[in-house]
Structure formats: C-alpha cells, structure tokens
Design a protein around this ligand. Structure first.
Ligand SMILES: Nc1nc2c(c(=O)[nH]1)N[C@H]1C(S)=C(S)[C@@H](COP(=O)(O)OP(=O)(O)OC[C@H]3O[C@@H](n4cnc5c(=O)[nH]c(N)nc54)[C@H](O)[C@@H]3O)O[C@H]1N2
Ligand SMILES: Nc1nc2c(c(=O)[nH]1)N[C@H]1C(S)=C(S)[C@@H](COP(=O)(O)OP(=O)(O)OC[C@H]3O[C@@H](n4cnc5c(=O)[nH]c(N)nc54)[C@H](O)[C@@H]3O)O[C@H]1N2
Ligand SMILES: [Mo]
Length: 750
C-alpha cells in the first residue's frame, strides 16, 4: 500500500478552492496554491495538521451509557467504547430497525444540514439521504442557514426560486463593471467570504474586480456595521445591525417625495405600490419614513441618506444585499424592501441596474458562466413528506407534536426518536447551543458520521469515522465554477475511517436494502457512471469534456463555459415584454404588495414590507446586554472545519472579538485581552481586538470555534452560538436569526 502513495504532488479541490498537495508515504505534508488562482486563500495551510490531527475519530465508537442501557444524559461528557466495524454496524442497523418498527420512519430526522466536503460522489448529504430513502424515508429539512428566509420570501416577490435567481440569473461582475455607476452594498461584499463557494471555486476574483471598479470610478458604498465587510476604498456608512429596512424605506421616501420614483416602471412591472405608498408616506401610521426617522433607528446621518437616494436615482445603480441581512429576526423585510426600492428606481432588468443577492457571500456569485450542471448522486425518492424549516431543529426537538407556522402552512412538529447526521456540525451551526444541549436529550439515539471528534460527534451515541476527501477519489465540480477536477486519493484512510458510501452500504445491507442503495456498484463504478452522464450532457451542449482516464491523468481541466461579455439576467426578457414573459408571481409582476402573504395573517410579516424592530438590537439594548453581537463567517477557514489544527496554533483560541475603541475604553479592554462575552443564554471567552472598523455599540465574533463546554458556565473557545437566539425570522421564513443578539463584554482577570 505505502508504495503506491510514495512521494507525489497532486491537485485537489475543496469548497475554498483548488490547491496542490504534497504527500510523503501516507501523510499529507504540505499544500501550495493552485497555479491559476489569482488570489488563493490561506485556508489549506492548516490542512496537513488537521488531516492527521489527534482529534480524528479513529475507530467506530459507541457511548458507554448508551451501549450499556440506552442512557441519554451522558451526551457531551461521557466516554466512548471503540468497537470493530462489523459489530458497530450491527448495533446501529439493529437500532435503526427498532426505531422504524416501533415509531415508523417519521421518527427519524435525517435533515443532516451542513457543508461536508466538496466532491460530487462522496457528498455526505446525498449519501445519508439516499440511505434513509432506501429504508423508508426520513423527516427532511427545507432551505439553508445561509438563505432559508430569502428562499421563503423571495418567490412571493419575484416569482422565481431564490437559488435559481441567485446562481443562474444575476448580473455578472463584467456587467457590473461595464454598466454600474453606483454600487450600494447592504452588508458589504466581502472578499473574505468570497474565498469559499459550495462545491469549489478555482479563480478567486472578487478582490480583483473591486480594483477594476475603483479604476473605473464606480462609487461603491458599504452600508453595515463593519468597514471590513467591503474591500478597501469603498465608502462606508456605519449602520446599526438590523436597521437596513429603515434605511431602505428612507431612501424610498426621498425618491417618492422628491419626484424621483419611476412610476412608469411601477405601473408596467409591479403590483401593489398604491397599498405600500400610504405606509411609506406615513398616512397609515402617522410616521413618514423620512431620513430623520431612519437616522434615529440606524444611526446614519439623514443628509447621507438624502444624498445617496438622489445619486441612486440619477445614476445606473445596482443594490446588493448580503445574505447576513436575512439571517436575523424579520430578515424577510430588508429582502423584500430591497426589491421595492429597486423597483422604484426602475432599473430592474437593465444591465448593471436593479438588485442582486449574495455577491461576496460566496465567490461563485457574479461569475458569468453558461450553464453546465449535473453530476449528482441520486438521493432517490423520500416516501416521508414531513419537512421542517432547517433552522427549526431545536424547536422541533423541544415541541414534538406541537403546531408551528411556516410560509402559509401550519402543522405539527414530528416526534423524533433517532437523528442521523453526516457532513454537518449542528453544535457549530445552530443557535443557542446551551438550549440545544437540553433539547438534544430528547431522541433515543443519535448517529453521526464524522472525520473529527467535533462537538456534535461528542454528543452522539454512535460515531462512525468518515474519511476526508484526501483519503478517497472523487470528481470536483461546481455549477458556479469553470474547472473540473479529478480528486485523487492521496493517502490511505486515517485510522479505520471509511467513506460515507461504505458506511451506508454496510447499514443498508444489514437492513435488507443493500441492493437498492448500491445498485451493485462500487464507489469507483459510481464515479465512472456519474462522470459519463455528465460528459454526455456536456456533449449535448457542444462542450467537450475529456474522458475519465484522461482527466485522471491530467488531474484538472478548465471548461470553456465562461460567458463572454455582459450576461443576460432573469429580468431582461421580463423588462422587454412583461406580458409575453411574466414572472411566476400570482400577478405575473413584481409584488410590492402580496395578497398571498397578506392572506397568511402574520403580524410578523404582513402584506408589504414594513419596519419591524427585532426583539434584540441596539434599539432595545439594556444595561445587562448593551452591545449588538454579529457573528459572521470566519476568514481563516470554513465554518468549524479544520478547527482542531487551527486551535493548536499559538494565540488562535479563544476566537477574536472585534470591539470599537469607545466600547473598549469604558470597559478597560485592550487588544489581546481575554474577555468574557455573555448574556442570559450563555457565555464564552474571546480575545479582544480593538478596532475602528466596527461601529460603536457593535461587536463581532466569527463562527467556527468548537463548542467546548458541556452545560457549564463558559464556552472556552469562543463559539458565538452560545449567545445567539434560537427563534425563526418570522412565521413566514422561519430562517436562522443568528445576527440578532445583545451581549455584554467584560475583561477576564488573569
Ligand atoms: N452564529 C451564527 N451561526 C451560524 C451562521 C452565522 O452567520 N452566525 N451561519 C450559518 C451558516 S450560513 C451555515 S452554512 C452553517 C455552517 O454549518 P456546518 O455546515 O454544519 O459547518 P461545517 O463546519 O462546515 O460542518 C461540516 C461538518 O462535516 C464534516 N465533514 C467534512 N467532510 C465530511 C465527509 O466527507 N463526510 C462526513 N460524514 N462528514 C464530513 C466536517 O468535519 C464538519 O464537522 O453555520 C450557520 N451558523
Ligand atoms: N472564509 C469563509 N467564507 C465563507 C464561509 C466560511 O465559513 N468561511 N461560509 C460561507 C457561507 S456557508 C455563507 S452562507 C456565506 C455567508 O455570507 P454572508 O451572509 O454575507 O456573511 P456573514 O459573514 O454572515 O455576514 C457578513 C457581514 O454582514 C454584516 N451584518 C450582520 N448583520 C447585519 C445587518 O443586519 N445589516 C447589515 N447591513 N450588515 C449586517 C456583518 O458585519 C458581517 O460581517 O459565507 C460563505 N463564505
Ligand atoms: Mo451558509
């Protein structure tokens, strides 16, 4: 074995891009940037240490109390007993069978949210879903933590699936460069987040485009709590988190009161402005939505709002909205209001004008490609039709059988007895982790496939060690990228790790569904099959893709799928002829007022966008919790992945908390100090970083540190989710509202 893995350098792909890997014997020893990446990330630097880290799960492991007497309370602090694969698979299969027989498949939660790793076949979620479908199905989840709320609200407004709009139909960077004069970025466009794109991103180009925008004199304005959310050189209007709807309303008010609204556009392409206008002008609630009104909420100078509104009305303006804005309570409102504001400007459907979502959130948004999709491992059909909004898992576990509202429907939460998770880390990603820790005691059994002993693995009953992508072969490809990779197996599996496919094959076989799951194919057979299907699809579009053997030899190829010049967006044909190409809304137009939403009768998301203050923000700050906490994505890695190796590095843990000098001085905090960040839900440690790049009153603590404290007083690593709220954005979207939280910060005496 060792010989076939003797010294070699190969390229592989990941969610944060392609990189070269040096292998010696059975170890990854170094990584280097991919040759044609203009701006490679540093994330792979920590990969060699992480892959061989002592926190790898080496053997199948079953928690002692669960094995002895199916006890649940020990999750998170009890030790595990290692077992041989066959024995552990027997026990797991028997338990899955028992739960199915006793409670039915509706008692199995297999939503299994998470990014797992790139690679088309060994895609953990596809694997676990297919397995569960083969044995009768599972309760699934809808949407993502990234965009769940937008996925619910935006189809009502634009009549199109939000992800389709996002990934197939927005202006490309070239179009923005060529046509846009004013770029208004709510929540910024962050090169730090652009490092990542699901499925892979080879050429990191966001920062390069901003250099070109600057050279061309495009005015770029970042509206939000952190200057660093946009590249250097952009204007910054420091605003309070959660106040964006008020700012957008004030911009709309200026347009309407100064005769700058494009009423021809509203008449031809939208419905419901007449029902929204009285609210905007204050006729319904006595409060005109003036810049002065907005200033009291958002903290931005009214003069700056006035000036911006006029500039937006008189230049080609593109509004972008970060995903973070809908990851907060009432996150539906800024999304809907951004569409209304863009409609009032009347530039939707013109190149470089209108509104777009998620630029910078992931690096793939803005790349202009001609669609060549495909290469997915079929999950088969789920016979169980129960689906919860993804971020409502804590609620579901706390309230079995209780009704909840979601986008016009009301139904009871299922009663979950078994959870299967592969490729995600809910103890990193979910809100209010101390509350989740309690809710997690509900199910009888929790099974996790994981390469590392994450906080989630530690809270499982049965843990199967999974390989990382470097320990198996796969194909790397993303709908938002123009490269194709053969991802070779670089090293043998670490410890006794197996691929998710092998784990699920073993379980399916024991449960009598082996043939349905595998169709009698090995992993290599599946990779060949999926690849051939993809090649055929490409050939139909006149795109030449090498055969698999050639790709294996070359390691990677660049696909000729870049769209040349400005691209044509979703709204262009609609603008040209709204009768012939209506939108998919009930009216066929952009819905400023939605009869459908109005009919739901939700006071937390009525028939047109309105300003709704969240329950925690600077407007409700208290002495006990005076600071607004935003918890953005980490710049140095992907979520909680590779965490154990990063945490070993001097000075990296606890995670850094950005705080404004004014807030730091009054608390006697200096850069480098250890601080305690806390509120009524929990507490964590962090390392202070005093900076003027954040608005006073706001602190930022990135996600990604492993949740380190089992039910005690303080999370030692700095996971912001001990502080965040586990409430839905509204009854309509029920998305994650992580960015809505108030905290206090004090120094820790050392
Ligand atoms: N406070 C706060 N919380 C947030 C957010 C926020 O903005 N603020 N953002 C949210 C968002 S948008 C997201 S997307 C989530 C991200 O949350 P997650 O996607 O859950 O985070 P990851 O750390 O990427 O988790 C992936 C897990 O899969 C494991 N894994 C990798 N490869 C494989 C494999 O091949 N097989 C198996 N079985 N496992 C594998 C990794 O080791 C890791 O533990 O966090 C959310 N949480
Ligand atoms: N390096 C790296 N990149 C990533 C990821 C990663 O883990 N690491 N994760 C990827 C994933 S899964 C996702 S979903 C995307 C997320 O992409 P986004 O949702 O855009 O990113 P966030 O980091 O949550 O937030 C971006 C900024 O929004 C600001 N913000 C917070 N609340 C508000 C508000 O109410 N109003 C305004 N105006 N601004 C606000 C904060 O200052 C924050 O820094 O990032 C992706 N990119
Ligand atoms: Mo995300």
């Amino acid at each position: 074995m060792a010989n076939s893995f003797a010294k070699q350098t190969k390229v592989t792909s990941s969610h944060w891009g392609a990189f070269e890997v040096d292998v010696e014997g059975d170890r990854i020893v170094a990584t280097r940037p991919f040759q044609s990446d203009p701006n490679p990330p540093h994330i792979p630097d920590i990969l060699p240490a992480a892959v061989h880290h002592r926190t790898r799960v080496s053997r199948p492991s079953i928690r002692r109390g669960w094995l002895a007497k199916r006890e649940r309370d020990g999750r998170g602090h009890e030790d595990f007993i290692e077992l041989p694969w066959d024995e552990a698979l027997d026990i797991a299969a028997e338990e899955i069978g028992r739960v199915r027989r006793t409670y039915g498949n509706e008692a199995i939660f297999g939503g299994s949210y998470g990014w797992g790793s790139a690679g088309r076949f060994h895609h953990a979620q596809s694997q676990v879903h297919r397995f569960l479908n083969c044995i009768g199905g599972y309760v699934a989840s809808f949407g993502s933590y990234s965009t769940g709320c937008a996925q619910s609200i935006m189809p009502h407004v634009f009549g199109v699936d939000f992800l389709k709009l996002l990934y197939e139909h927005q202006d490309g960077w070239q179009t923005i460069h060529d046509h846009t004069e004013t770029l208004v970025m709510f929540g910024g466009i962050n090169p730090k987040n652009s490092q990542v794109s699901m499925g892979g991103i080879t050429e990191h180009e966001t920062a390069g485009w901003f250099d070109r925008f600057a050279a061309k004199g495009i005015r770029c304005t970042n509206i939000g709590p952190q200057r660093t959310d946009a590249p250097e050189g952009c204007d910054w209007l420091p605003s309070r988190p959660a106040s964006d709807t008020a700012i957008m309303l004030a911009l709309a008010y200026v347009l309407e009161s100064e005769g700058l609204t494009n009423h021809d556009f509203l008449a031809r392409y939208t419905v419901g402005f007449e029902r929204f206008r009285p609210y905007l002008m204050g006729e319904t609630d006595g409060q005109p939505k003036t810049p002065e009104w907005a200033a009291s909420l958002c903290g931005v100078d009214p003069g700056a709002i006035d000036e911006l509104a006029r500039r937006m009305a008189t230049t080609r303006t593109f509004i972008t909205v970060a995903w973070s804005l809908q990851r907060g309570e009432h996150g539906e409102q800024p999304y809907w209001m951004s569409a209304v504001l863009a409609a009032m400007l009347g530039q939707i459907g013109l190149p470089g004008g209108g509104v777009g979502y998620g630029y910078g959130a992931i690096g793939g948004v803005g790349k202009s490609l001609i669609g060549l999709r495909g290469m997915t491992f079929s999950q088969l059909e789920n016979p169980i039709k129960k689906v919860i909004p993804v971020a409502r898992i804590g609620d579901m576990l706390r309230n079995p059988g209780q009704p909840y509202d979601f986008n016009g429907r009301r139904e009871p939460y299922p009663d979950i007895r078994l959870i299967y998770w592969a490729g995600g880390n809910p103890y990193h990603h979910h809100q209010d982790l101390n509350a989740l820790h309690e809710a997690w005691k509900g199910p009888e059994t929790i099974i996790v496939n994981e390469p590392w002993w994450t906080a989630t693995a530690k809270r499982a009953d049965i843990v199967f060690p999974a390989t990382t992508p470097y320990e198996r072969e796969d194909i790397g490809r993303s709908n938002l990228d123009d490269y194709l990779f053969y991802m070779p197996q670089l090293i043998p599996p670490v410890g006794e790790a197996r691929d998710d496919y092998a784990i699920f094959s073993g379980l399916a076989e024991r449960l009598g569904s082996g043939d349905t799951f595998t169709e009698d194919r090995t992993a290599a057979d599946w990779i060949s099959l999926l690849y051939e299907e993809y090649r055929n699809l490409a050939a139909k579009g006149q795109i030449e893709v090498p055969d698999l053997e050639t790709l294996k030899a070359r390691n990677w190829v660049r696909l000729p799928i870049r769209a040349e010049g400005p691209n044509r967006t979703f709204f262009a044909p609609f603008r040209e002829d709204p009768e012939a190409t209506p939108l998919g809304t009930p009216s066929g137009r952009i819905e400023i007022f939605s009869e459908t939403i109005e009919s739901f009768g939700y006071d937390d998301c009525p028939g047109h966008p309105i300003w709704l203050p969240p329950s925690e923000w600077l407007g409700t700050a208290t002495v006990a919790a005076p600071l607004h906490l935003v918890s953005p994505q980490p710049g140095d890695k992907l979520h909680s992945q590779l965490e154990s190796a990063l945490a070993d590095k001097e000075g990296e843990r606890p995670e850094k908390l950005v705080i404004h000098p004014e807030d730091a001085i009054t608390r006697g905090i200096h850069t480098g100090d250890l601080v305690r960040v806390f509120n009524s839900r929990g507490a964590c440690r962090a390392r202070a970083m005093v900076s003027e790049n954040i608005r006073p009153g706001v602190v930022a603590l990135p996600t990604g540190a492993w949740y380190g404290d089992p039910g005690g007083n303080i999370d030692l690593h700095g996971n912001p989710n001990v502080l965040t709220r586990d409430v839905g954005t509204s009854r309509l979207g029920q998305g994650c509202s992580a960015h809505t939280a108030l905290v206090e910060v004090v120094t820790i005496e050392t």
